[in-house]
Design a protein around this ligand. Structure first.
Ligand code: APR
Length: 238
């Protein structure tokens, strides 16, 4: 099957790639839904990844994101991240990468023009629409930092449950899905929409890379039961 997919990669004029938490698992970043090890097996997403949870207990949510930021800062992109970046650099304009991951590892591996569907954990934004007084660099240090004048709080610039994805980034990913000859769907359980829906709107063949069954297997032309850092270098090498 790998050979079949390698032939599809060689023949594809435009490749779209959708990645999820499994893409970073071999870098040491926990996934969300893997039993026991997944973040949602240890923490309640409704207590940590919604705007209501943040308003109810800002420091608990801020601390949790600080813990994840620290963990992510200590890890490195893996061979899968690097294979995608190298392919995109060798074949300018032939690969569009959109990710659900907020860890920035694709960007750190050198992938150009990454469409970060769920934001970036290393960045902050104001919780409420900023007023003239809201200056992030002058925010009062704290968990979370806040505006000394109006009390507006900084929050991680990620998409929480119940929130909209960045419109322009989602539109660009939808375009790439509609125009692709091939879509690689790597390391996602395929349960969170609208991101998972991109695999269902792919114009080209869909290939899933995942050691476990996913909710998108029915939409696939090929399912490769393996790990991202092992399979992507094989699929994308010249
Ligand atoms: N290589 C490839 N896939 C892997 C690997 C690996 N080394 N290790 C685990 N996986 C797979 C798991 O089998 C699982 O199907 O990665 C998938 C991870 O699924 P989730 O934990 O559900 O993560 P994801 O699909 O990215 O979640 C989507 O949900 O919690 C929200 O906003 C968060 O972006 C996230 C979204």
């Amino acid at each position: 099957m790998n050979e079949q997919v390698r032939a599809w990669v060689r023949a594809a004029r435009h490749i779209a790639v959708l990645t999820g938490a499994g893409m970073s698992a071999e870098s040491g970043v926990p996934t969300f839904r893997d039993a026991q090890t997944g973040l949602w097996a240890q923490f309640d997403p409704q207590q940590l990844a919604t705007e209501d949870a943040f308003r109810a207990n800002p420091s608990r949510v801020w601390e949790w994101y600080a813990f994840r930021r620290e963990m992510i800062a200590k890890v490195e992109p893996n061979a899968g991240h690097r294979a995608l970046a190298a392919f995109a650099q060798r074949h300018a304009g032939r690969l569009t990468l959109f990710t659900q991951n907020v860890d920035g590892l694709h960007q750190r591996a050198g992938s150009p023009g990454v469409l970060a569907l769920h934001g970036n954990i290393a960045e902050d934004k104001w919780l409420d629409a900023p007023k003239k007084c809201c200056n992030a660099s002058a925010a009062v240090a704290g968990s979370p930092p806040y505006c000394v004048r109006c009390g507006n709080m900084l929050r991680p610039d990620v998409v929480w449950f119940g929130e909209m994805l960045p419109v322009d980034i989602l539109a660009a990913a939808e375009d790439a899905a509609r125009e692709c000859d091939l879509m690689l769907v790597v390391g996602t359980s395929g349960v969170v929409y609208p991101a998972a829906g991109l695999a269902r709107t792919a114009a080209g063949k869909v290939v899933i890379v995942n050691p476990e069954p996913t909710d998108l297997d029915d939409a696939a032309d090929a399912v490769l039961r393996g790990r991202a850092a092992q399979l992507l270098p094989i699929l994308l090498e010249e």
